[in-house]
Design a protein around this ligand. Structure first.
Ligand code: ADP
Ligand code: MN
Length: 515
């Protein structure tokens, strides 16, 4: 439809058909035929027009082309032009036959077929190409190859009479399907079929579409994972950049490796870098990277949501910032403990969700957790009293409850116990603060009682010893009920007076207010 299309746009300047212009003897002048765009879409009309055009220019050649090619009869060989054109056609015919063989070889029985029509030289009305439904003109203007797609008109078909082509036409459909592949995600490899006259059956197209969509979703998930998670041992690119900057600035010498991968954090060991005027860098550091995936933090809301220190901010924060708040919380809590003289890591620096602190251990070997060391009974007893003391200090001097205290978060180093992992620590007046304390007491008490420390207080005695409260219930259920009653009393007070109690009192005395 090349010539028709062009002459439709510029009726007077239309060159001859493409094959003609390829003819080494130049193109004879042609009579241009103009038609409407709708007609251009009509294959049938195109065929007719083409035929008319050719008949007008060199009727003999067409006549020959329609019959057996060279029979030696009825051929007017008087015209040089005629002979030349016939030779050219014969040449082209051979070329096309070769093309068809290749096409067949490539396509085989495949449902996806590739057409070489575009590259053919001879007009397809010659007898040999009659088995092909599609002619080269049509494919040249295939709307689904071109930038400007053309659709089947509203009425759903094109053409007239028995030559109607509907939108269900196999060829039209196949091409549309191919064109639609362009809508697949850019990273989805569709090959270069879009640029060819590739016809995809609906079945194949639908299968491909399904695959493309599921690939898209999968890649989105992968991307999400890569970008937003501090995966096992590895860190996401943003965190890597933060760590890189720390080394680059000279603050850290080297990051040697991973000490621990927990549910909520990954801890690395690093050798400290240069100590500056305003910053003392310990020789060995622990880098706690708070995981930026939220899943694990979901159930930790309660620690921070109800912590009045963070209350105002909590509701305004996005998840990423909430995670930074955990790191911030750990930093503040460690600083409070440091100030009270409790053995714990010293904060070096906080950058977003990355907390750098002093390393408890030596030569890259972290101090063992209390659960992993076998202490002499003497050390066990020593450790117990030290912890009792630390819990009291934590409560009274730091105004904190650890809230995750157990043999997992206590390290044995230098002949003493070190407290770590205080991101979830809360103040005792936290709505659940006393419950957390009671849980801590139960862990500690059970660990030392099992560990053979006969002096170890039971959880209720320990709770009273740490908090200074005097809850007299002699069984766990009542004890816990009293704890909850105290918490509620404090909450009610906050409701009514907009102010929390500074300390709890359980012996009927009027509560002490923090003025
Ligand atoms: P998590 O929330 O993952 O439990 P922790 O703060 O408990 O995070 O750290 C996990 C582990 O990393 C600890 O059990 C400990 O072995 C190691 N660790 C954490 N901080 C330090 C530190 N400052 N020095 C040495 N080891 C540490
Ligand atoms: Mn821990």
């Amino acid at each position: 439809m090349d010539s028709v299309g062009v002459s439709a746009a510029a009726p007077d300047a239309g060159p001859g058909p493409a094959w003609q212009s390829k003819c080494p003897w130049g193109a004879p002048s042609t009579t241009s035929i103009s038609c409407s765009l709708a007609d251009v879409m009509s294959e049938q009309l195109a065929k007719e027009l083409q035929l008319e055009e050719e008949n007008a220019v060199f009727p003999e050649a067409v006549a020959v082309a329609e019959g057996p090619f060279i029979t030696g009869e009825n051929i007017d060989t008087s015209s040089d032009l005629m002979l030349a054109q016939m030779l050219q056609m014969e040449f082209d015919r051979e070329y096309d036959a070769q093309l068809r063989r290749e096409e067949k070889k490539i396509n085989g029985d495949s449902k996806v077929s590739i057409s070489f029509e575009n590259y053919r030289k001879v007009h397809p009305y010659d007898s040999d190409s009659s088995e092909d439904e599609v002619d080269w003109q049509d494919t040249r203007h295939d709307p689904y190859r071109a930038d400007k797609p053309t659709t089947t008109p509203r009425r759903g078909f094109i053409g007239k009479g028995k030559d109607i082509t509907t939108k269900h036409d196999e060829v039209v459909c196949g091409r549309k399907n191919t064109a639609r592949m362009e809508n697949f995600a850019p990273e989805f490899q569709v090959g270069d079929g879009i640029g060819m006259d590739l016809k995809l059956s609906n079945q194949v197209f639908n299968a491909l579409k399904q695959h493309a969509y599921s690939e898209e979703r999968r890649s989105a998930r992968l991307h999400e994972k890569k970008e937003h998670s501090t995966a096992e041992k590895a860190v996401d690119p943003k965190t890597r950049l933060l760590l890189y900057k720390m080394v680059n600035s000279g603050m850290l010498e080297t990051i040697t490796g991973c000490i621990s991968t927990g549910k909520e954090s990954v801890v690395f060991h690093a050798y400290g870098g240069n100590t500056t005027e305003d910053k003392v860098i310990p020789p060995e550091c622990a880098i706690k990277v708070f995981k930026t995936t939220l899943n694990e933090f979901k159930n930790r809301d309660k620690y921070i949501k109800d912590d009045y220190r963070f209350k105002d901010r909590f509701s305004k924060l996005n998840p990423r910032k909430i995670i930074r708040m955990w790191a911030e919380k750990e930093m503040h809590n460690l600083t409070r403990m440091q100030n009270a003289g409790i053995p714990c890591p010293q904060v070096v620096i906080l950058k977003k969700h990355v907390l750098v602190m002093s390393f408890i251990g030596q030569d890259q070997v972290p101090a063992p957790k209390l659960k992993d060391v076998t202490l002499s009974s003497e050390d066990m007893k020593k450790a117990y009293y030290q912890i009792l003391n630390m819990m009291q200090q934590l409560y009274k001097e730091c105004n904190l409850v650890h809230a995750d205290l157990s043999e997992y978060n206590m390290l044995w180093h230098d002949g003493k116990v070190w407290l770590i992992d205080v991101s979830q620590s809360v103040e005792p007046t936290h709505p659940h603060g006393l419950e957390f304390l009671f849980r801590d007491c139960r862990n500690v008490s059970q660990f030392f009682q099992k560990g053979g420390v006969t002096e170890a207080l039971n959880e209720r005695e320990l709770f009273n010893a740490v908090s200074g409260l005097n809850i007299t219930a002699d069984n766990e259920v009542d004890f816990q009920a009293e704890i909850e009653a105290l918490e509620k009393m404090n909450e009610d007070h906050v409701q009514n007076h907009g102010k929390k109690l500074s300390t709890f009192s359980s012996d009927g005395d009027p509560p002490i207010y923090d003025e």
